[in-house]
Design a protein around this ligand. Structure first.
Ligand SMILES: [Zn+2]
Ligand SMILES: [Zn+2]
Length: 343
């Protein structure tokens, strides 16, 4: 048996209980979880705002890393004792998305901790295939955990927007939470665009400055859109990344992106943009809602992290027993970087 924090009903605290410890079938791997990042999307799921047709009870936790505990028959890529980061965008392995390497966009997703498959808020995690494991060289697993989502998601979003990220144009980051903070660090590594960050929290704006943002603006200022456009020489930014995804933040992104630029939505706050050409939509602006990242992209992110080029954001380690307190703190905006559960 093992301990796990499970969602039994929406809008109720997670239940910490004893469940059977998973055993690996052929080709599967069981990982002893050393870190499971507590993600903002977990808030939306626990609250019942994000509908994923989950069958409850379910162990949440989709940002996982640990040490291989046991391998099933036929697994040769990893062995017990290996430190690994766990890719979480599990798919069916058969559809067009899966076979072309973007498994996170599978039409029948089996995402860890977000589908029928239990996640990492538990002592052990069943991983259905060894291809989901990225070996770690230097990085401690509990530090590596948030890279599997909080870093991977902005990495994919930025990579897909690279043609719009030129050195002569600023880039806008809206929301400097966990993903936004990794977004700032990654923009510094991957582009030469001056970085403008907008947030409503002064502490997060300070973190943004420390991580290399060239401008950190208060989103509560009614002039914020004009300020962003001014920095972009009047015509706006080359690309905007909305890590919040509310009505007001999407509006800000479209209002400040130059014609021919790109707006990427990453945050899942449920907002919508009301767009009209000749009114508030610049010509030839591309819009994309990116999703997580691919296995290959996680290998790239771990290569950046393991070599020290991409450093972690501020991490707070918490025991499994404290998981409902972590939920409350994240909801209250009291977590500056990322909370990681260490089961
Ligand atoms: Zn997440
Ligand atoms: Zn698939």
């Amino acid at each position: 048996m093992m301990r796990a924090a499970r969602l039994h009903a929406y809008a109720e605290p997670l239940v910490i209980e004893r469940v059977p410890r998973p055993e690996p079938d052929q080709g599967q791997v069981v990982v002893k979880v050393e870190g499971a990042g507590f993600c903002h999307s977990d808030l939306h799921i626990i609250d019942g705002d994000l509908k994923l047709d989950l069958i409850l009870p379910l162990t949440l936790g989709h940002e996982n890393a640990g040490v291989v505990a046991e391998v099933g028959h036929g697994v040769r890529a990893v062995k017990p004792g290996d430190p690994v980061a766990v890719y979480g965008g599990w798919g069916c392995g058969y559809c067009d998305m899966c076979i072309t390497g973007t498994e996170q966009m599978c039409s029948k997703p089996n995402w860890v901790g977000l589908s029928d498959y239990d996640g990492g808020y538990a002592e052990y995690l069943l991983v259905p295939h060894a291809r989901y494991l990225v070996p770690l060289k230097e990085l401690e697993p509990k530090v590596a955990a948030p890279f599997t989502d909080a870093a991977l998601t902005p990495y994919r979003a930025i990579k897909r927007a690279l043609p719009a990220l030129t050195p002569d144009r600023p880039v806008l980051v809206i929301g400097a939470g966990g993903l936004g903070q990794f977004g700032i660090k990654l923009l510094r590594l991957m582009t030469a665009s001056p970085i403008i960050v907008v947030d409503v929290n002064e502490e997060k704006l300070q973190i943004a400055r420390e991580y290399g943002a060239h401008y950190a603006l208060d989103g509560r200022d009614p002039e914020v859109a004009a300020q962003v456009k001014d920095i972009g020489s009047g015509s706006g930014v080359g690309a905007a990344f909305d890590f919040v995804g509310a009505d007001s933040t999407l509006e800000l992104a479209f209002a400040t992106t130059r014609p021919g630029g790109k707006v990427t939505q990453i945050g899942l706050a449920g907002g919508h943009a009301d767009l009209k050409l000749f009114t508030n939509l610049p010509f030839e602006v591309m819009f994309e809602g990116t999703l997580w990242g691919s296995i290959k992209e996680l290998r790239e992110v771990i290569a950046l992290a393991d070599s020290g080029r991409l450093t972690p954001i501020e991490l707070e380690f918490e025991s499994l027993d404290r998981i409902n307190a972590v939920y409350e703190n994240l909801k209250a905006g009291k977590i500056a970087g990322r909370a990681v559960i260490t089961p």
